[in-house]
Ligand binder design. Structure first.
Ligand code: GLU
Length: 422
């Protein structure tokens, strides 16, 4: 399916996944382009005066996939490899994710092509504010609501909110989610993606009739999501976390890591490099370590044609967006009775669900208790998990196909019901 974004390999992957699903659902050709091609996209150049006086120009993006049922929603990523095509793919996945869990949003994604670790705190603030300033004509609480993603955090969301609000002349907390609680954020947003993943892993174990205590887990990535998953599996589910990693190092310890110590190390030193426990292993061997639960919680396309047949886990819990390529899916489909997949659009949906709660509360200026939020989060995830399993069994398809089918069908129905504006 050719289009503006097709030169990008990550977008080609999202488009390929969709094409396979559209064939499965027998979606008429006339709807396919309308469903997959993003509605709007913008690229901006962001001049930044560095601390040494040089002016450097960075590139920023935002892609809004569809606006058929409400505003778009999705994270803002600060990553050196971010492109408009990758943003578009991530926006598409956000759409299927929001639809699967019943949120009234289309998907969006964007950010800045930059390594935030190479900026001083002052430079990071200037770049974040400049990005939001450039996005003002394009976003809004009823158009497109940003949230955190890789390389951004509550502080960056606060700068976004402040920049937008200064322009509006009054506080607009509903423009972004994942903010500090003091300005309309909700407690637990940072942990929500990881907590949701842990809930679903326990749900999947229950479905497979396996007891969590005594299980082993390998977690790729130790950021906002991976660290919370590792701690949750170790301290809540009673598992042994035998593998942890980030972009600097992959570590293995069959005796199980002290993940709280790893978490403290990363808080102090930013990365796992020099963390004293465990054996360093090559990145290529990390995902094929023997374990019960494998959690990719970092970047896209890490499980592919050359390692999918060698995965040695019982459950693949995709906390990252797009970690598994369609070629790997073909292999995993054949291994369905060995590897149970919790697909990304389900496994990491906890984050955007809590973002939705934050947006609703900001719009209404009426705040819920933490218990209400946790209870609602787990109920939504539980229903989406059950619906996915039911469809997977009834139609004899993979859990990914089942989850995506539910999401895509909801978007298709909305587009059909609205009709085509002349
Ligand atoms: N980055 C989150 C995700 O990939 C969503 C961010 C948001 O809450 O909008 O699901």
């Amino acid at each position: 399916m050719e289009g503006f974004y097709s030169p990008d390999p990550v977008f080609r992957m999202a488009a390929r996944q969709f094409e396979l699903l559209a064939d499965h659902l027998e979606i008429p050709q006339q709807f396919r382009q309308r469903l997959i091609q993003p509605k709007r996209a913008v690229t901006v150049s962001l001049p930044l005066e560095r601390d040494d006086g040089r002016v450097e120009v960075f590139h920023g993006y935002r892609v809004q996939h569809h606006l058929s049922i409400g505003p778009t929603k999705g994270g803002t990523r600060f990553s050196p490899v971010l492109t408009i095509g990758e943003s578009a793919a991530l926006a598409v996945w956000m759409s299927w994710k929001c639809a699967l869990v019943g949120l009234p949003y289309g998907g969006a994604k964007g950010g800045v092509s930059v390594d935030p670790n190479l900026l001083s705190p002052g430079e990071l603030e200037k770049l974040a504010r400049r990005y939001m300033q450039e996005m003002i004509p394009f976003v809004g609480p009823r158009t497109d609501i940003m949230g955190p993603d890789m390389g951004t955090n509550a502080q960056v969301m606060a700068w976004f909110m402040d920049t937008y609000s200064m322009h509006a002349g009054h506080a607009v907390p509903e423009i972004v989610t994942g903010k500090p609680v003091s300005i309309g954020g909700v407690s637990g947003r940072r942990e929500s993606t990881g907590r949701g993943a842990v809930f679903l892993i326990e749900r999947a174990l229950d479905h497979l009739k396996i007891k969590p205590s005594g299980c082993t887990a390998v977690v790729q990535g130790f950021g906002n999501v991976g660290s919370v998953v590792a701690c949750g599996l170790a301290y809540k589910s009673g598992m042994k976390v035998t593998g942890i990693s980030d972009h600097t190092v992959c570590l293995y310890d069959p005796a199980g890591f002290d993940v709280a110590a790893a978490d403290r190390h990363v808080t102090q030193h930013r990365t796992l490099k020099d963390f004293p426990q465990g054996e360093r292993i090559p990145a290529d061997d990390f995902l094929t370590l023997p374990c019960d639960i494998l959690v990719p919680a970092a970047i896209e396309r890490v499980i592919h044609a050359s390692n999918a047949s060698r995965l040695r886990c019982r459950i693949l819990a995709e906390a990252a967006n797009g970690p598994t390529t369609p070629e790997a899916d073909e292999i995993l489909d054949k291994r369905w009775d060995e590897v149970f997949v919790i697909p990304d659009i389900l496994c990491n949906a906890g984050g955007v669900i809590v973002s939705y709660f934050e947006w609703v509360q900001d719009l209404q200026n009426f705040f819920w208790t933490d218990i209400e939020m946790t209870d609602r989060l787990f109920r939504i995830l539980d229903a989406a998990f059950s619906a996915t399993i039911k469809r997977s069994k009834e139609r004899r398809v993979s859990t990914r196909t089942a989850a995506m089918a539910i999401g895509v069908e909801r978007v298709l129905t909305a587009k059909r019901d609205r009709g085509l504006f002349p």
